[in-house]
Design a binder for this molecule. Sequence first.
Ligand code: NAD
Length: 324
Amino acid sequence: MDYTSLTFPENSVFLVTGGAGFIGSNLCEAILGMGYRVRCLDDLSNGRRDNIADFADHPNFEFLEGDIRDYDMCLFAVTGADYVLHQAAWGSVPRSIEMPLVYEDINVRGTLNMLEAAKRRDVKRFVYASSSSVYGDDSTLPKVEGREGHPLSPYAETKRACEAYGRLYKSLYGVETVGLRYFNVFGRRQNPDGAYAAVIPRFIRLLMAGDRPVIYGDGLQSRDFTYIDNVIDANLKACAAPCDATGDVYNVACGGGEQLIDVLDVLQAALGTHIEPDFQPPRPGDVRDSRADITKAQRALGYDPTFSFADGIQCAIDWYRENL
Ligand code: NAD
């Protein structure tokens, strides 16, 4: 993807928290490719050194192994940074139901530490990852900012709290925050392994191994699957957007609603497999359908999701074929 239409001051420094994870490592790589300096803060709790191996020796790249629960570490990491892209968090709805205290510590306290550090060090912009899960039990489609239901999991609750702090840090202290509500992101480097892996890489891994993919529910639940390059676009545009777009939150999605069973069919067709899925009962905390209205991000940030689901899934399959 070509990000050269966006320019930042020469020698700008971007701090990417969670930069050794799926989305963070893709952000690091894209920003290095634009010629800017990148500092990555990650405790490697879910991220991997493999994810940053391609650019670990780049002269403009710096890796800090550290925990966002440690305020002094946050302050150290933010010092000298112009832009913060805060991705570090624990994901997974089911795991958050098992460990709500850990989620509160990392996702909420960790984000508050980062916001406070960003305020102390006067960063130009603080862009942070929120989630479509904040729409909770409101079943209206498409999901529009301002119409949220009650969170269905501790994970969703932590993201709702991050948004509240993001707004407060703009209104109380003038920190230019932008919250991005990601909708089911997928693409290169997303971890296919473990009990809490996201559905697309998990399906690809299982199909490639000849194993049966598990579908929780009837498979007719739908998601607005969003290719990683669209998420990179949103983050960079959020850094460059006018100040009056800050202190707010935006859907970052593709605007489609793919049913899980259809996603599995697309993957089976591409991989040449014909494996019957294993249907299991629905999991608590999961929403039934999710599809975003992306008008607000398009208007205020200039967000431009050029990768359709079909384009993105092809790129993802090609990547996993070469890398798994
Ligand atoms: P990921 O797990 O691949 O990346 C998160 C990174 O944060 C990991 O590298 C992990 O090691 C790091 N991290 C976790 N706790 C940390 C801590 N205490 N200190 C420092 N680093 C820590 O997940 P991802 O899919 O890349 O998600 C990035 C962000 O986007 C997260 O905030 C997530 O909640 C949000 N999000 C992701 C999706 C998606 O579909 N992937 C959807 C909605 C929101």
